[in-house]
Ligand binder design. Sequence first.
Ligand SMILES: C[S@@+](CC[C@H](N)C(=O)[O-])C[C@H]1O[C@@H](n2cnc3c(N)ncnc32)[C@H](O)[C@@H]1O
Length: 294
Amino acid sequence: MIDDTFADDAHHTAHHAAAGSGADDDAEAVRRDSDGVESSRANRGWWDRNADEYQVEHGGFLGDARFTWCPEGLDEADAHLLGDPAQLSGRRVLEIGAGAAQCSRWLAARGALPVALDLSFRQLQHSLRIDEQLGLPPVPLVQADASVLPFADGSFDLACSAYGAVPFAADTAQLMREVHRVVRPGGRWVFSVTHPIRWAFPDEPGPEGLTAVSSYFDRTPYVEQDEDGNAVYVEHHRTLGDRVRELTAAGFRLVDLVEPEWPEGLTSEWGGWSPLRGRHIPGTAIFVCVRDDA
Ligand SMILES: C[S@@+](CC[C@H](N)C(=O)[O-])C[C@H]1O[C@@H](n2cnc3c(N)ncnc32)[C@H](O)[C@@H]1O
């Protein structure tokens, strides 16, 4: 059962991957360093406090059992980035930063065997709520930090993540090594993140979001902090080249880099993702990788 322990104190001004759900009331947005311990603690708290509002705001777009990669609405049902959907049956899949496990539910409906992992207890409670409402067997859930995966080597045939964990983790080189370890040789790792170029622009859906104001090359984390300087929300930036280097160093081969275009007819906004900006600059990058040491 979902309990109502967490106060809904969210507002509507947050940044990047979580955009559209909220920042904490009086948090100050800065660019400064934030290590793995601080980032993990801050983001766990933020997602626990904001999960309810996030699911209310975005649950309709996400669907209870839809696998969409991004605010551009690219669905796995059409994109087949995990491979042929007809081959998903029986596959062990790890969804990383799963939120309410909407993608895992889509996978389970195709006969796959998903495990949904997330840092936030409250996000995972929403997964239980959806299963209960739909009368489905619960998606198996694990609460953990994606930087230290609690699974044996080679436990999964596939790993996937739709904006989960990767934008929030301080040491994504370590995260990539962990995913490489738990995916079997020959298995795929597919994940979507905010397109790195967006870090140069204000996170606004209107015209002000079309002028570059900061350096794409500045890897300093985006931090929201309270009046004592404690981080309450953190996102980490990597350039496209950084991501490729982290993936190849971990032992993955990059087989595709998908930059979904804003589709005709999609009018809904998600934070800084809008039809206007989508016409000019990419909003999402999806990395399709294979563990190549078969
Ligand atoms: C933008 S949501 C994406 C979830 C889902 N795919 C969706 O679109 O709603 C990001 C998720 O990543 C989770 N997360 C953030 N940092 C994480 C970490 N270090 N390890 C695991 N999950 C993390 C958050 O708790 C949150 O549920």
